[in-house]
Every structure is written in C-alpha cells, then in structure tokens.
Write a protein that binds this ligand. Structure first.
Ligand code: NAD
Ligand code: UDP
Ligand code: UDP
Length: 313
C-alpha cells in the first residue's frame, strides 16, 4: 500500500488537470485542486466533488498561495491559442508569476514540483523530430510569444530554484494532447474537427493541411506525468511527453470524417501567424528514464473523444 500523499494540482479543473486529479485519487492520494476557472469548469471535476479526499479551491496562481502539500503539479495556464491570446498579458503572468509562487510554495514546504511545459518552447522547429537539447525557434514578439516565452521563462525559474535553493523539480514538455473534456470551442484542431463533423459543418483546414502534429491521448499523458513525478530526484527533465506518431492535419481531418461518418467537406482557411509546420517528439529520453511510451492509438483515442462530444453537444 503506497503512502497517501497530499498533492496540489494547479489548473486541476482543466482538460488534462481533471484527468490527473482522477488518477491521483485512484492511486490513493489526497488532492487539492486549485483553479481560477478561466478555461476549466466545475463540470470537469463534478464527479470528484463528493470524494472526501478531494478538495477544490478557486484561486489564481498569480497570487501567493499558502497551503501544506507534498507534491505540486503546476498545470495552471490556458493552453489553446484562442484562449491564451485572449488576454496575452495575463497568460505571461500566469506562467511567470504562477511559477514563482508555486516554486516559493515548494521551497517552503519542501514539496516536489512538476511543471507542465510544452513543445511550444521549440517554436517552429528547425530540428525534426524534436529532442530535449534543441533550443527552439520561437518568435518572442509574435502572437504565440505570450505562451511560448512564458513557458520558457517558467522552465528557467524551475532550474534556477533548483540551482539556488535545491528545490526538487521536474519539467515535462507536453506535446499535443487530446481526449474527453477538451473545451468544445477552444479552437484546437481535434475538438474543432470533431465538433464540425458532428454538426455536419465544413471541416476548417488552416493552410493546405500539410502541417503535421502528433497527438497523444490524455490517459497516456497523465501516466507520463505521474511517472515523471515518481522518478528519482536526479532526473529533472526537461523530458518530452507526447505520441511520436506524426500525422498531417489533412490526414487527421479525413480520419475524423471517416470515424464520425460525417458528410462534411474540407475547406481551406488562412494559416495563422507563426503556426509551426512540423511537430513530432523524440521520446527516447522518456522511454529510457521513465519506461514510458504512449499506448492508445490515434483512432481509438478519437473514438472515445467523439463519444464524449456526442454526449455533451
Ligand atoms: P486547460 O485550459 O483545459 O487547463 C488549464 C487550467 O488552468 C484551466 O482549468 C484554467 O482555468 C486554469 N488556469 C488558467 N489560468 C489560471 C490561473 N492564473 N490560476 C489558476 N488557474 C488557472 O488546458 P490543458 O490542455 O488541460 O493544459 C494543461 C497544462 O498543460 C497547461 O499548462 C498547458 O500549457 C499544458 N500543455 C497542454 C497541451 C495540450 O495539448 N493540451 C500541450 C502542451 C502543454
Ligand atoms: N509563496 C507562496 N506560498 C508559499 C511561499 C511563497 O505563494 O508558501 C510566494 C511568495 O509570495 C513569493 C514567491 O512565492 O512571492 C516566491 O517565494 P520565495 O520564498 O522564493 O521568494 P521571496 O519570498 O523571498 O520573494
Ligand atoms: N488547425 C486547423 N484547423 C482548425 C484548427 C487548427 O487546420 O480548425 C491547425 C492549426 O493551424 C495547427 C494544427 O491544426 O497547424 C494544430 O492546431 P492546435 O491549435 O490544435 O494546436 P497547436 O498549433 O498549438 O499545436
């Protein structure tokens, strides 16, 4: 029987965070979920509210937080371009001030702390697939800068707290993740395509759809995060977590149309500024250090996600 830990999940009412809270409760821990409900909702965690080991706190991580915990998963941050560009200054504050506050909390309580970083630290990559030692190609003054540079600065803070204060850190670079509880209108490609297909609307391909992404199902991602937290303390990362199966956006659109049996046509829309052309993780490090690799196939994950959107729409 593993020991029960007191675990803080910031952004716990969001898409990935709510699945993580569920997993931590199932593993026998006490979970404190902190969220300001900017993009997350109570609906995502409603099933957990009656659990005596679960506690929900409305709080913005850009303000100090004094609680007693043993582990911190710092996920608070809007993740989709539509949401993080809605109030870009607040996005940078959430990543930077949020990291400072959560690191201050980790320092005081001697908690282990894991940062949900992102493949966006690589920007529009010139190295393919991306390995952790690649330093990236980010436009600091473009529309994605608030998110990308905020996350990069958070990584810097994590490593400086480790060097300066000996804080016990972990940094995960998360690649595109999908599954039930994605926001139906956050503009991300998987949710957009499924919602469009289910509503019989045209599928919006930005550009010609030749750009690539690799999509990781949420249960695999949560498993990677939990393994990273449990890894030996000398393994800080940064470590890529994502599914290395790369697909073009056009291929994704065609798969969604096939699985939903939709009549939707594909229509081309302009490609957004600084949209990365290729993205695929090299996960050798996660395989070697965490014994982790994604298990859920794209089609199986899409079927689960389609089922979820059919129920909620
Ligand atoms: P999400 O938007 O569903 O979840 C983010 C949560 O953080 C929401 O519940 C939101 O209300 C909360 N939040 C935002 N600002 C906050 C603040 N100032 N104080 C407290 N709570 C705040 O997004 P997600 O997809 O679940 O992403 C979770 C984390 O994983 C984010 O840090 C994101 O950057 C990272 N990530 C996600 C992906 C992905 O594909 N989903 C990819 C790379 C990185
Ligand atoms: N902090 C927090 N909770 C704590 C401890 C600190 O939110 O339990 C915040 C605190 O407000 C500070 C930040 O974390 O602004 C950084 O803390 P640290 O101790 O590293 O720096 P200092 O307080 O010396 O500025
Ligand atoms: N995309 C698309 N149609 C949509 C939404 C997104 O073609 O309706 C494209 C988008 O231009 C990008 C890819 O799909 O190339 C992934 O977009 P998303 O916003 O999901 O994630 P990110 O760009 O942050 O990886």
């Amino acid at each position: 029987m593993p020991t029960r830990k007191k675990v803080l999940v910031t952004g716990g009412a969001g898409f990935v965070g709510s699945h993580l809270c569920e997993r931590l409760l199932a593993d026998g821990h006490d979970v404190l979920c902190v969220d300001n409900f900017f993009t997350g909702t109570r609906d995502n965690i409603v099933a957990l509210l009656d659990n005596p080991h679960f506690e929900l706190m409305r709080h913005d991580v850009t303000f100090p937080l004094y609680v007693e915990v043993g582990e911190i998963y710092n996920l608070a941050c809007p993740a989709s371009p539509v949401h993080y560009q809605y109030d870009p200054v607040q996005t940078t504050k959430t990543s930077v001030h949020g990291a400072i506050n959560m690191l201050g909390l980790a320092k005081r309580t001697k908690a282990k702390i894991l940062q949900a970083s992102t493949s966006e630290v690589y920007g529009d990559p010139t190295v393919h697939p991306q390995t952790e030692d690649y330093r990236g190609n980010v436009n600091p003054i473009g529309p994605r800068g608030c998110y990308d540079e905020g996350k990069r600065c958070a990584e810097t803070l994590f490593f400086d707290y480790r060097r300066q204060h000996g804080t016990n850190i972990r940094v995960a670079r998360i690649f595109n993740t999908f599954g039930p509880r994605m926001h139906p209108n956050d503009g991300r490609v998987v949710s957009n395509f499924i919602v469009q297909a289910l509503q019989g609307k045209p599928i919006t391909l930005y550009g010609d759809g030749s750009q690539t992404r690799s999509f990781c199902y949420v249960s695999d991602m949560v498993d990677g995060l939990v393994r990273l937290m449990a890894a030996p303390d000398d393994f800080t990362g940064p470590v890529n977590l994502g599914n290395p199966r790369e697909s073009s956006i056009r291929e994704l659109a065609e798969t969604v149309v096939r699985l939903t049996k939709a009549k939707s046509k594909l229509v081309k829309k302009p490609l957004p500024a600084d949209d990365p052309m290729q993205r695929c993780p090299d996960i050798s490090l996660a395989k070697a250090k965490l014994g982790w690799r994604p298990k859920v196939k794209l089609e199986d994950g899409l079927k689960e996600t389609i089922r979820y959107f059919k129920e909620t729409l």
